[in-house]
Ligand binder design. Structure first.
Ligand code: KE4
Length: 433
C-alpha cells in the first residue's frame, strides 16, 4: 500500500518547503520506498492516516509513547499545564515533580538536568564528562546512535585504535578527531584500546541496549568490561538510556545489567510524547554544571511545564501498582515475539525475532541474530522493504527502516497483537522473501 491521495497531496506540498517533506530523515520512507503516510489522529495503539485508513502503530513516535497515543492521564495533565502557562523560563513545581519521579526511580541518580531532546542530553553528558576529566577523547561503538552532535556522527576509522571519520557532511574532521569507534561485542578490542589510550578517554558512551541499528543486546560481561576499564583509567561511563530508560523498567538497562554508569541520558518515555531529554548522575559530577561549576549548558524550553507535566503523568502511570505496566509490556512483547516466531517457522523463513521487554527487532537473515552492526546482512533491508509494504496493506505500521525496532505499548492488547501476527503470516506468503 502506498500513501493515499490526501497524504500524497500533503507530501507534495511539504516537499516544496521542507527538505524531503519531513522534520527527521527516517520519516521520509527513503529506505523502504514509497511516500510517507501523514498521520491525522491517533489513540491507543492505532492511528488514522490523512486518508482515513487505520493502522496498528509499532513506531509509537520512535519510543516515547509507551502508554500509546493520547493516553487520558497524559492529555489531562498537558491540558491543565497548558492552561496555566505553556512556558516560564523559570523554575516551576511541575519541573521539580518530574525530577523527583526520575530520581526516585533510578538508584544511582542523585541529580538530573532537563533538556529538550535526547541529542541534547547526550551532547551535554559528553561535555560534562570532558569537563570533569579534563580529557577530550570519547569511545563509541559502531551501530550505536546517540543523536546528531557533530562528534557523535562519526564512523569507525581505518584501524581499531584510530580516531573516527565524519559520517555526515558538515562535520569537520577536527570534530571527529576525538572520537574513537569500536565494534560492539568485542571485549578484547575494547580492552586493547583502553590499555593503549585509556588515559586520554573522557568517556565511553554506549546505548543501554543498542536499538538504532537493529536490536543488539550486549552480554553482561561486555558491559561489565566497559565499567571495569573506565574505573581503571579514570574515564566516565555514559549509559545512553534515551530508548531504554523507563522502557525496560524503572531503572532501564542499568537495572537489566546491574551496571552503575557515571552519567545516564534519558529522553522519549520521560517526556510522555513531548520534547524532553535529561541527563544525570552523582552530585559531585552534576554540580560541575553551570551556574555552580565551569561546564556550560542551557536551554530556553528546558523544563517547560507542559512537557514536564506530560512526562510526570507518563511516569506516574508506569510506576503505579508496583510496576504493573512493565509486566504487561513484557507479556504483550512475549506474545508478539512468540506469534512471529511461529509464523516464521510456518512460512519457512529463516528469520529471527530479537526482544528485550517491549522492544522487538526483526532479524531478516539466516542464522543467529547479530550482536554487532557488522553482522547485519545488507540484503535484509530489501526483504524488510517488501515486508513493510505488505504489512501496510494489511493495516500494520512498522518503522520505515530495517534498522529500527518495533515498540509495544500498554495500549496494545491481545487483539492487536493477534491481528499483527495474522497480518505477518499473510504478508510473508504474499512477498518474494
Ligand atoms: P533525539 O534527539 O532524537 O530526541 O534523541 C537522539 C537519540 C539519542 N540516543 C538514542 C539511543 C536514540 O535512539 C536517539 C534517537 N532515536 C532515533 C530513533 N531510533 C530518533 C528518530 C529520529 O531521528 O527521527
Amino acid at each position: 500500500m502506498s500513501a493515499g491521495p490526501r497524504s500524497r497531496e500533503l507530501y507534495a506540498r511539504a516537499c516544496q518547503i521542507m527538505p524531503a517533506g519531513v522534520s527527521s530523515p527516517v520519516r521520509a520512507f527513503g529506505s523502504v520506498g514509497g511516500q510517507p503516510l501523514f498521520y491525522d489522529h491517533a489513540a491507543g495503539c492505532r492511528f488514522t492516516d490523512a486518508d482515513g485508513r487505520e493502522f496498528v502503530d509499532y513506531v509509537g513516535s520512535w519510543g516515547p509513547l509507551i502508554l500509546g497515543h493520547a493516553h487520558p492521564a497524559v492529555v489531562e495533565a498537558v491540558t491543565a499545564a497548558a492552561a496555566a502557562g505553556t512556558s516560564f523560563g523559570a523554575p516551576c513545581a511541575r519541573e521539580l515533580e518530574l525530577a523527583e519521579l526520575v530520581i526516585s526511580a533510578v538508584p544511582f541518580l542523585e541529580m538530573v538536568r532537563f533538556v529538550s531532546s535526547g541529542t541534547e542530553a547526550v551532547m551535554s553528558a559528553v561535555r560534562l564528562a570532558r569537563g570533569v576529566t579534563g580529557r577530550d577523547a570519547i569511545v563509541k561503538f559502531t551501530g550505536c546512535y546517540h543523536g546528531h552532535a557533530d562528534y557523535l556522527l562519526v564512523a569507525a576509522g581505518s584501524g581499531l585504535a584510530t580516531f573516527g571519520t565524519p559520517s555526515s557532511a558538515g562535520v569537520p574532521a577536527s570534530s571527529a578527531a576525538h572520537t574513537l569507534v569500536l565494534p560492539l561485542a568485542d571485549e578484547a578490542a575494547f580492552r586493547k584500546l583502553m590499555a593503549e589510550r585509556g588515559g586520554e578517554v573522557a568517556a565511553v558512551v554506549i546505548e543501554g541496549v543498542p536499538a538504532n541499528n537493529g536490536l543488539l543486546p550486549q552480554t553482561p560481561a561486555f558491559v561489565a568490561a566497559l565499567r571495569d576499564e573506565c574505573d581503571r583509567h579514570g574515564a566516565m561511563l555514559i549509559l545512553d538510556e534515551v530508548i531504554t530508560g523507563f522502557r525496560l523498567g524503572p531503572d532501564g538497562a542499568a537495572g537489566l545489567y546491574g551496571v552503575v554508569p557515571d552519567l545516564a541520558t534519558y529522553g522519549k518515555v520521560i517526556g510522555g510524547g513531548l520534547p524532553v531529554g535529561a541527563y544525570g548522575g552523582r552530585r559531585e559530577h552534576m554540580e560541575r554544571l553551570a551556574p555552580l561549576g565551569p561546564v556550560y549548558q542551557a536551554g530556553t524550553l528546558s523544563g517547560n511545564p507542559v512537557a514536564m507535566a506530560a512526562g510526570a503523568a507518563a511516569l506516574r502511570e508506569l510506576l503505579a501498582d508496583d510496576g504493573r505496566a512493565w509486566r504487561r509490556l513484557d507479556e504483550l512483547g512475549e506474545r508478539l515475539e512468540r506469534g512471529l516466531r511461529e509464523v516464521f517457522v510456518r512460512r519457512g523463513v529463516p528469520w529471527s525475532v530479537v526482544r528485550r521487554g517491549s522492544i522487538l527487532w526483526l532479524a531478516l537473515q539466516e542464522g543467529p541474530p547479530p550482536v554487532a552492526a557488522e553482522g547485519i546482512d545488507p540484503e535484509a533491508a530489501g526483504r524488510y522493504a517488501r515486508l513493510h509494504a505488505a504489512l501496510l496493506e494489511r493495516g500494520i505500521y512498522l518503522a520505515p527502516s530495517a534498522y529500527e525496532v518495533m515498540f509495544v505499548s500498554t495500549a496494545h492488547d491481545e487483539a492487536a497483537i493477534d491481528q499483527t501476527v495474522a497480518a505477518f503470516s499473510d504478508a510473508i506468503r504474499a512477498i518474494e522473501w
